[in-house]
Design a protein around this ligand. Structure first.
Ligand code: MGD
Ligand code: MGD
Ligand code: SF4
Ligand code: MO
Length: 813
């Protein structure tokens, strides 16, 4: 089962939580009593509206990609949403079918539905790409143009010239689902027409998914956070659920409630003092970005030299810890223990003193941490996806997981795998999207290159899969519910240059609700209905041990000329001559009833369709209590092997050794069979620091879900977009709190206000990702859009986005 932020997964193991009793999480939390009023109303200081005769309450949902999913109760009067509340079903009992309360983003949904940025009718581009000049056209003309372009491009170049760009704006939906690309209605349409160029990986987890695949085989599972009630210690590496899992159904609630039961100590390792901490942690260990593998190696050094490792576990379940379990043909002293003790290739012992210089964490602290992690069991060791969203992220993710492996915390209650938390899920049936006849696939991060240098892109240099080399460039892009055409993809100025040339990529279709920066690059721009304007099911939250499905009903009529994605794709299918295969004769509601019937067969507890519609949310607790990843493997590794080549946990990976031997890598890129520390490019140790001395890391911010909700005024006011900087770095630059600063490197410049705070380690600055790119005439951004500063150079193995590895200079504006 694979996850994605947002997505999750699959079959069962996922997780989530509720949050009624926790205090406000970092100021935007859903759960605190004082914040439980509908935000819109509270912000405007309006009295609670009296229920009027024609007021109806309709269940809807927030389907964005925050990893959670939340029910919303829309109070509709006279065809207009007047205010928004959230789940009021179930009880406040953590152990029961607790409420799934929306955070303040979801509660501000009215302000997205009625936002002045709403797209109103179909448009076609009249200016240069990206200029934002459009002309209104009819739906007929829009559909005809798109179908005409598809036919032309398929005829001239074949189906591999058509690309579905990454977009997660509605991945919680079923009919409206926008991710993974193969599960969307666009994919269903394209699969009826010969297919499209696939992509693998995602912006969330490219490096960890690829890295831990070699360790555990496939997507690495994790215990549900509810299982923390069995833990003595919680160690979070770059994991910030207080901000990234804010729902009352999500991880932050489980973490706090479970910890209340177990009284587990919590250590947070992060360059920033996060909202997950906010006084609830026992310890914050600030670390230089990109150096977790060095810390993990030194912790391993302490555990190995002080006899704290679980040797029987390593012997029985793992490959490559020491000489005994090395695969045939592996080099002498190529094992992990030799690497740590300085008997491997590099001859360097990974001592706490060695790591202190790299990580910025004092030697004594590393020794103490090593002893604590090595001797407190069971321990819930997990990593968020911040540490892996780096230029060395594949090896970092594997190195952190070593701590769980060395201590034998894998496959037991209260333990974890060192990956992110898992969660319980249901087998609710999704919209079938048919099979893509095309097998060629690129990394989701490499699409900009596939526009202008496709024929140079190979399997061993650029990670092309299914073919040795791409045959044709991308000529047509579908961009549905995504802002990765500009805002969320790295290096905005480079993307702009590539998209400027409309002889290269000939057609870009954007389907969105709002005039985003990506929408401005559309050739044809289609206005979609919001979740409030149609009927859908919403599911797949990253939760704990209670899963749920939401009936997201139609609250209001489509605004302006907006259409649903199902209507749009059906109309194009008609023009492509595949309407019957595409629709199978069903309307959207008929599909939903059909899927529901199928779901009822695998989930016998589901009520009737009409009852579900009335009750809004269906909750189901994990019959096994908690998800424990690799429990069966732990119990019997012969009967239940992992899907790695050896069937065991591969600390040393022969497959990676082969890749390291055969792939062509640019200077500085490292792929290694062991989970070693490698600096990566744009690291703390890059010579480029002479010019750009500060590390810039991004983070996922409570003010938005990526860019979504980024145009909601009250949220912007509540959580300002600022650049975090340590007082030491600010002082040497004459910067005071609130000053306007220029952040720049060779790729671009951002001007924004500084937040001077000891909550960030010296030498590092940070920006929340997702602010709406807002360039002036000189392409200087004034919104704090971090992707002006990030690079399109991919990470070595996953060819993924190293969004958090950036060097910059900052000066007072
Ligand atoms: N520098 C940096 N960049 C990053 C990241 C980072 O950490 N740092 N994070 C990356 C990650 S993990 C991810 S997942 C990506 C996310 O990138 P995206 O998937 O692009 O996410 P959003 O920015 O939320 O964009 C979603 C889009 O969907 C639209 N939308 C919302 N609801 C609807 C709807 O009902 N219908 C339609 N048609 N559209 C809708 C929104 O208006 C928005 O334009 O960003 C990545 N980019
Ligand atoms: N409110 C909100 N919630 C979201 C999202 C959102 O945009 N807004 N996006 C959702 C999506 S799609 C995703 S993929 C997830 C993202 O979830 P994550 O990827 O886990 O989130 P990040 O904030 O990028 O990183 C988590 C933490 O890692 C820290 N960090 C960065 N670099 C390093 C490092 O090198 N080492 C260590 N130890 N820590 C580091 C950051 O400071 C941050 O506090 O969040 C989801 N939830
Ligand atoms: S943004 Fe996430 S946590 Fe907030 S309401 Fe939406 S789904 Fe829930
Ligand atoms: Mo993500």
């Amino acid at each position: 089962m694979k996850k994605t932020e947002g997505t999750t997964l699959l079959s069962t193991p996922v997780s989530r939580r509720k949050l009624v009793k926790t205090s406000a999480i970092g100021g935007l939390a859903a759960a605190s009593g004082s914040l439980s009023l509908p935000f819109a109303r509270q912000a405007a200081a309006e009295p609670a509206p009296a229920a009027s005769a024609d007021e109806k309450v309709v269940w809807s949902a927030c389907t964005v990609n925050c990893g959670s999913r939340c029910p919303l109760r829309m109070h509709v009067v006279g065809g207009e949403i007047k205010y928004v509340e959230t789940d009021n079903t179930g009880d406040d009992d953590y152990e029961g079918l607790h409420q799934v309360r929306a955070c303040l983003r979801g509660r501000s949904m009215r302000r997205r539905v009625y936002n002045p940025d709403r797209l109103k009718y179909p448009m076609k581009r009249v200016g240069a790409r990206g200029e934002g000049k459009f002309k209104q056209i009819s739906w007929e003309e829009a559909f005809d143009t798109i179908a005409g372009s598809m036919k032309k491009i398929i005829g001239e170049y074949g189906n591999e010239a058509i690309y579905l760009n990454y977009g997660t704006g509605t991945l919680g939906g079923t009919m409206t689902r926008s991710w993974p690309p193969g599960s969307t209605l666009i994919a269903r349409l394209m699969n009826c027409c010969g297919g499209y160029l696939n992509h693998y990986g995602d912006y969330s987890t490219a490096q960890i998914a690829m890295g831990l695949n070699y360790t555990y085989g496939g997507w690495a599972g994790g215990n549900s956070p509810s299982d923390i009630e069995n833990s003595k210690l919680v160690v979070l590496f770059g994991n910030n659920p207080g901000e990234t899992r804010m729902s009352g159904g999500g991880v932050t609630y489980y973490l706090e409630q479970a910890r209340e039961k177990s009284n587990a100590r919590m250590i947070i390792i992060d360059p920033r003092y996060t909202d997950t901490g906010a006084g609830r942690e026992d310890e914050w260990v600030p670390i230089r970005p990109g150096t977790d593998a060095a810390l993990a190696s030194a912790l391993a050094y302490v555990m190995i030299t002080e006899n704290l490792v679980d040797q029987p576990f390593l012997d029985k379940y793992c490959v490559g810890y020491d000489e005994k379990t090395m695969p045939a043909g592996a080099p002498a002293n190529g094992h992990y223990k030799a690497y740590i003790l300085g008997q491997g290739n590099d001859g360097i012992a990974k001592t706490p003193a060695w790591a202190a210089k790299i990580t910025g964490i004092p030697e004594a602290k590393i020794i103490q941490l090593g002893r604590e992690i090595g001797s407190t069991k069971p321990a819930y060791i997990s990593q968020g996806w911040g540490p892996q969203r780096h230029s060395n992220g594949e090896t970092v993710s594997r190195a952190i997981a070593m701590l769980a492996i060395l201590t034998g915390n894998v496959g037991i209650h209260g333990g974890n795998t060192g990956a992110r938390e898992g969660s319980y899920g249901t087998p609710f049936v999704r919209m079938p999207t048919l099979e893509n006849p095309v097998k060629t696939s690129i990394s989701m991060f490499m699409w900009t290159d596939a526009i202008f240098r496709a024929k140079e892109m190979t399997a061993t240099r650029d990670g092309v899969q299914g073919k040795e080399r791409l045959d044709v460039p991308i000529k047509f892009i579908w961009n549905y519910a995504g802002n990765c055409l500009i805002n969320q993809h790295s290096e905005i100025n480079r993307t702009h240059e590539i998209l400027q040339n409309d002889k290269d990529c000939e057609m870009i279709v954007v389907i969105d609700n709002h005039m985003t920066s990506s929408a401005k690059y559309a050739d044809i721009l289609l206005p979609d209905c919001t979740a409030s304007e149609q009927m859908d099911f919403c599911l797949d939250a990253s939760c704990g041990n209670m899963a749920y499905v939401i009936f997201a009903d139609q609250a209001i009529k489509p605004r302006f000329e907006c259409k649903t994605i199902y209507e749009m794709t059906s109309e194009i299918a008609k023009r492509m001559g595949v309407e019957q295969r595409f629709t199978e004769g069903r309307t959207q509601e008929e599909w939903m009833r059909h899927l529901y019937q199928q779901s009822q067969q695998v989930m016998p507890g589901l009520p009737s369709f009409e009852e579900f519609r009335k009750q809004g949310i269906y909750k189901q607790r994990d019959p096994n209590g908690h998800v424990v990843a690799y429990k069966a493997f732990r119990e019997d590794p012969i009967a239940n092997p992992l899907t790695t080549p050896s069937g065991k946990i591969e600390i040393y990976s022969a497959a990676l050794a082969e890749i390291a031997r055969t792939w062509e890598l640019p200077e500085g890129d490292v792929i290694d069979p062991l989970p070693i520390h490698a600096d990566g490019f744009e690291s703390y140790n890059d010579p480029l620091r002479e010019k750009y001395p500060l590390q810039l890391t991004g983070f996922h911010y409570k003010a938005r879900t990526h860019s979504t909700y980024g145009n909601v005024d009250v949220l912007k006011a509540a959580c300002r977009q600022e650049m975090w900087i340590n007082p030491l770095d600010a002082k040497s630059r004459g910067i005071n709190n609130g000053d306007s600063v220029r952040i720049f490197n060779g790729r671009g410049e951002v001007v924004i206000n500084a937040k001077v705070t000891p909550r960030i380690i010296p030498g590092v600055v940070a920006l929340g990702e997702g602010a709406w790119y807002s360039p002036d005439g000189k392409r200087v951004d004034h919104a704090g859009s971090i992707n002006v500063l990030t690079t399109q150079r991919p990470s070595p193995l996953a060819k993924g986005n190293p969004s958090h590895s950036n060097l910059v200079q900052v000066v007072k504006a």
